[in-house]
Design a protein around this ligand. Sequence first.
Ligand code: 2DT
Length: 212
Amino acid sequence: MSCRRGALIVLEGVDKAGKTTQCKKLVHALRQSGRAAEMMRFPDRTTQIGQLISSYLEKKNNLEDHTIHLLFSANRWELVPLMKKKLEQGITLVVDRYAFSGVAFTSAKPDFSLEWCKYPDVGLPKPDLVMFLQLNPSVAAERGEFGTERYETSTFQRTVQQRFEQLMTDPVVNWKVIDAARSIEVVHNDIKVLCENTINTCENLPIGELWK
Ligand code: 2DT
């Protein structure tokens, strides 16, 4: 008999919503309760493709808009064998951004449709749960200045937020919206409960295929 698989959990949200903080706290809490859990993040800047993406984000190189979109997707695909292996070993993966960021950010640029942007990611391992950390742009602004990387401007982030809202109307994806304006601990508790329920319900189900 095969062992119970881990869950694929994704955190999405606009800048300053606290995704990275919450991913780390979640992995820590899951491990404390005796579950195997690891964090991943996209883009994964450590691979060769990831290094190209990183220098694009740091504005050290310029890449054509379709090209960078496909590189972000390739950066996910190159990690799929590892992700599947870990999930099958019973390890829950907590992922900081995934294909939804890919679609939301590129489709916020002029002349990119949601459909075109989704296509390269069709068939990726489907997350069992996608939590969207919702934060109003004015509250985000109170959390400090944006960084200096590409895309880190309030007008672009507002369009990104609209694209995420369009993606969240898709009932095929298990979206949960979390109010990220509350304290770190309160947000963490909500996330932990949702995640534990998901781990229990998906452990005997096969890994799905995204947007297929
Ligand atoms: P951080 O490393 O600070 O999260 O910023 N992005 C991300 C895309 O445009 N496409 C993608 O597929 C992904 C995963 C979001 C990374 C920046 O890259 C953007 C912010």
